[in-house]
Design a binder for this molecule. Structure first.
Ligand code: ADP
Length: 168
């Protein structure tokens, strides 16, 4: 194959991002360096009760990735493999924090491979600094007005504060 004809490598990093944390952001930074384009895709999952709407989550993701020109923020409510085809992407990025993540992620990756064998899942190990970090933990701390400044970007900290002061 002529190298000039090499297709663009497009990866999708799917997730709830409710809200985005430094753990997610670390994966985004690292993945964006490895692919021509990285699409961070917020799952519009009607069976979960998210704290932030899909638009709010996308908005926060856009703000915290604005210095990364090859990162695009999108959302989807279709089957992931079908969404990937529509975006001409063939790599799924997922993060692994622990053995407990691994079980679930393996099941997910195997299912996606079964549905479309052209699609490859690539796992990125968490930055050890963030191995304990999840969106749920952040929401739990913020609910009790705890300090989340080491866990999420400033924009997310403000958004959390706004949500919780509205609820009090
Ligand atoms: P989902 O509901 O799809 O698990 P999340 O937003 O919780 O969505 O996570 C999206 C992806 O990011 C998952 O692969 C998850 O394992 C990974 N992830 C979440 N937090 C971290 C972290 N602190 N370090 C590395 N990967 C993470």
């Amino acid at each position: 194959m002529n190298l000039n004809e090499k297709p663009l490598s497009v990866a999708v990093y799917p997730g709830s991002f409710d809200p985005v944390t430094f753990g997610h952001l670390d994966i985004i930074h690292r993945a964006a360096k490895r692919f021509d384009r990285l699409i961070v895709a917020v799952l519009n999952n009607t069976s979960k009760m998210p704290m932030f709407t899909v638009d709010e989550r996308k908005d926060l993701l856009r703000q915290v990735t604005k210095d990364m020109p090859n990162v695009e923020i999108d959302s989807f409510r279709d089957l992931l493999v079908r969404y990937m085809k529509s975006r001409q992407a063939n790599v799924i990025i997922r993060g692994i924090r622990s053995i407990s993540d691994f079980d679930y992620e393996l099941q997910l990756a195997s299912t996606n491979h079964q549905l479309d064998s052209e699609i490859e899942t690539i796992f990125m190990m968490t930055n050890p600094k963030y191995s304990y970090l999840s969106s749920s933990i952040v929401k739990e701390i913020a609910k009790f007005q705890g300090n989340v400044q080491d866990l999420v970007p400033l924009e997310v900290e403000w958004a959390l504060r706004k949500k919780y002061t509205r609820q009090i």
